[in-house]
Design a protein around this ligand. Structure first.
Ligand code: SF4
Length: 471
């Protein structure tokens, strides 16, 4: 269930993979997933292997809701993969929870996938035509079955064969009886990095924050097009596919998805990039105000940057309930009407009579900005000037972020002036695409900007979206 006040681009997933002889590998995977919780809150799962048998546990909910001492102890072995899910294809159902684990001619096969295949409908049809049965509506199951049925006597050959057919975004961790593999698509849409764990252990994870949490040292990013194998021989790597000339890391990793303490593209600390984006926004979109506040917590670093750049003091005007994430308890009608008030409370003592500059990282559907502005005005704000640390989102995403139709995007339907009127602010300003690229692009190696520019790095299939395979 989406929280009552969510208007953010929703991420596809977080993945991890661990080879750690002599360690309680499921416990390490649990804490890696715990660190990646921000990437998906709908389901979580871990598969382990002890070299003979594979074990699995997965369920709907947060990592801390799905796992307990008992089921972590059941997950024996020295190899593990893990997954946090936000559904972008397939609904929020247990049968769509990952990792997938199946038995194949080469032994057990577990798959955890972050991303979206843009040619999933055609690949799915191929499998069905060949008589392969599918139990879920997720494109990740398509990947699992393609690997199981690919030509090749080794997993390396099968993964390389998959990479010749799959299009779009895929950062994968794969568990077999004897090894963990990490695979990244040739455009590098989603992040994936490698870390070293005490002595002979190795870890791959969507973000470096997961490595730090379990005491692993960041080594490097998994390269676009690369296949990495982790086992008793350490790290072995192959070029599974040629990396694209123009890479396409999702720029929203910098704006919103990644945790502020993660490092992207081997060098960029996300928190610092967000501060610089805020400074640039202050230059481009100045405002007459008494205090800069953030829509917490995701826009805090951007707002601090804006305050620094503008010289207007930063303050706290909204307090967020940090524990609202995901709940199985639906609000009743009276509580639902309170909308964003379930998530944010204003601080009247700091807002009273002030001209507020409200900084947010992005606006997707526009359904929460209006009530947040309403909260500020009720708490006594004299003026509300909203500044957004990304350009207007006018185009859908087909690469694994839950904004797959133009109609749902407020900036596709309305001009900036009309959006300002709709959400009830005194003024509204967005960061320019040039500003975003000047800040993020420095030292970067190519980013997907499609939801801002409409220029897609891969052919977009309008039939791809969260519910495309739902009955
Ligand atoms: S379209 Fe936008 S959200 Fe989707 S991958 Fe590209 S930059 Fe990220």
């Amino acid at each position: 269930m989406r929280t009552p006040s969510a208007d953010k681009p929703a991420e596809a997933c977080g993945v991890c993979g661990i080879y750690a002889p002599g360690e309680q590998v499921a416990r390490l995977a649990f804490f890696a997933l715990y660190a990646l919780q921000h990437r998906g809150q709908e389901s979580a799962g871990i598969v382990t292997s002890d070299g003979r048998v594979a074990h699995i546990h997965k369920g709907l909910g947060l990592v801390s809701q799905v796992f307990n001492e008992e089921n972590v102890l059941y997950l024996q072995g020295h190899l593990a993969i893990g997954h946090n899910r936000y559904s972008t294809t397939g609904g929020s159902r247990l049968r769509n929870a990952q990792p997938y684990l199946i038995e194949t001619a080469l032994g057990p096969l577990g798959i955890a996938h972050n991303g979206n295949l843009t040619n999933a409908p055609a690949l799915r049809r191929d499998l069905l035509d060949k008589g392969v049965g599918l139990v879920s509506s997720s494109d990740s199951e398509v990947i699992t079955q393609m690997l199981a049925g690919s030509p090749g006597d080794t997993w390396e050959e099968r993964i390389a064969a998959l990479m010749t057919q799959a299009q779009g975004a895929y950062s994968l961790t794969i568990l077999t009886r004897e090894a963990v593999f990490a695979v990244r698509d040739p455009l590098g849409f989603r992040p994936l990095c490698l870390g070293h764990l005490n002595g002979s252990g190795w870890v791959v994870a969507s973000e470096s924050c997961a490595l730090a949490t379990i005491g692993a040292t960041f080594v490097r990013d998994v390269e676009p097009g690369e296949i990495i194998r982790l086992d008793e021989n350490g790290v072995t790597t192959w070029r599974g596919a040629e990396p694209a000339k123009e890479l396409a890391l999702c720029i929203f990793e910098y704006i919103y998805f990644a945790r502020p303490d993660s490092v992207l593209e081997g060098h960029a600390v996300v928190h610092r990039v967000r501060r610089h984006l805020g400074e640039r926004l202050a230059e481009e979109q100045p405002a007459e105000g008494d205090m800069v506040i953030a829509v917490p917590d995701s826009a805090t670093a951007h707002a601090i940057g804006y305050a620094f750049g503008s010289g207007i003091p930063f303050g706290e005007g909204l307090i967020k309930n940090r524990y609202i994430g995901r709940t199985f308890i639906q609000p009743d009608d009276r509580l639902r009407r309170r909308g964003v008030a379930l998530k944010f409370n204003p601080l009247p003592t700091t807002l009273q009579g002030k001209r507020i500059v409200l900084v947010d990282d992005s606006i997707v559907r526009g359904n929460t900005s209006q009530p947040i502005v309403g909260l500020l005005r009720q708490a006594g704000a004299a003026e509300v000037h909203m500044r957004i640390c990304s350009p207007p989102i006018r185009h859908p995403c087909f690469m694994g972020v839950d904004m797959a139709t133009r109609q749902e995007l407020i900036a596709h339907n309305l001009s900036v002036a009309a959006i300002a009127q709709h959400i009830g602010v005194d003024s509204l300003g967005y960061l320019s695409l040039e500003g975003l690229l000047d800040v993020v692009g420095r030292g970067g190696s190519g980013h997907c900007l499609a939801c801002f520019s409409g220029n897609y790095p891969v052919a977009a299939h309008s039939g791809t979206g969260k519910a495309m395979f739902e009955p």
